[in-house]
Design a protein around this ligand. Structure first.
Ligand SMILES: [Zn+2]
Length: 88
């Protein structure tokens, strides 16, 4: 059986904690979701694995951006040449 009263109690406890400001504003590590200070940058905890993962993600993101740029360039080139061909 689900104890509705207990759940309600827990919800009330959590919401009162948040509204009373007992839970300090914080972020979560984007890798392991551990609570970290708000001003931490990059958004990862101190664990080496998380920092490595973050570096890897950053590299992937950079590479992705380059590829998107290349694809956009190709697309723009095809688009422009097709327009120019119509004009001439
Ligand atoms: Zn972490």
């Amino acid at each position: 059986m689900v104890d509705v009263k207990k759940i309600k109690d827990n919800v009330a406890k959590v919401t009162s904690k948040i509204s009373s400001g007992k839970v300090a504003p914080h972020k979560h590590c984007r890798v392991c979701q551990k609570a970290i200070p708000v001003n931490s940058d990059p958004r990862v905890c101190k664990a080496v694995e998380c920092q490595e993962q973050n570096d890897k993600d950053k590299r992937n993101e950079k590479q992705m951006r380059i590829w998107m740029f290349i694809f956009f360039g190709i697309f723009a080139f095809i688009f422009l040449t097709s327009i120019l061909r119509q004009v001439v």
